[in-house]
Design a protein around this ligand. Sequence first.
Ligand code: GLA
Length: 384
Amino acid sequence: MSDGSVREAFRSTFGRAAEGLVRAPGRVNLIGEHTDYNDGFVLPIAIERRTLGAWARRGDRAVRFVSRQATEAAEVRLDAPIRPAKPAWANYCRGVAAGLAARGVPLVGADVLFDSDVPLGGGLSSSASLEVAAALALLAAAGAADAVPPGELARLCQKAEHDFAGAPCGIMDQSIALLARAGQALLLDCRSGESRYVPFDDPAAVLLVVDTQVKHDIADGGYAARRAQCHAAAAALGAAALRDVDEAAVAAAGAAGRLAGKELMRARHVVGEIARTLAGVEALAAGQLGRFGELMYASHASLRDDYEVSCQELDAVVELARRCKGVHGARMTGGGFGGCAIILADAARAEAVGRAVADGFEKRFSRRCPVFATRAAAGAEVLP
Ligand code: GLA
């Protein structure tokens, strides 16, 4: 997939040239999992996998969406209320169009064609990259590329996912797709929306992404249940959000019986994970990859045992990685219940590590898992 092949596909689909291209990346989260909807901190990077969108205006009030990853096209009429409909994949785009229209962006009719190498439903935020690509294409077609500031656009895309796809996601994925910078991770405060960049470009290390190919869907209930348990735990602690609580308070509430069972487990994960994220930023800033790796392992264990969002394939990847020479750390990344794990490895050993993990995975599950290396890539952009 390249800019040229997407332009070519646009031409053969719509019989005319695209006027412009947009690009929006997928992501992995280095650490800070299931903290965004608890007002906490996250530390994602954009990856080199991305969704491309080619667009051209039409003379009428229709927007047609086509995806090379889907068989059915979708049409949205700009002069009627925009609602969720079939095909389901285009609901991310419909939701974004509805949000932009509600905000008063003067949308125009357009044809939009997407192509993506972000695995769908693979935990790398294929949906956020589609939302952001759709938003940038519609804005560019309307001649309003800079009309909505990135923080607001991230919230608009998040709302599209809530209202049109039924997925109650946090703000991390859309934010990193829009705000990422090459060679940098993004420390995002999900309460204030403030962020800062943390260099993630040490040439001595490589980040491997291992796709278990176990599909997950954050609209299927497990994610929403975690959210509800976190909010119940915060209420039991008398806090607005788990962000406002520390590890000692959770332990004390557990000992006193004010917090128990799943709510205690969820709170312990979130509060510990926020602390690990901030410690991770310090470790990266000091160039302490070993220390960062220990935090990754601890994050994974907490997601597996207290948050219960890992699965045997993700656990196996982390354990296989831990046994390899030259690995600093590994953990599941994203919402969980499947999807991808990440491994931070010495650059000189990365290839061998990838092979060993894929071999071990195949022995255990009788199929190979794709492994690829990624750098911290740039955020979404409108290309001329
Ligand atoms: C999914 C959601 C994010 C975030 C992660 C878990 O990717 O879309 O908002 O909650 O899960 O950290």
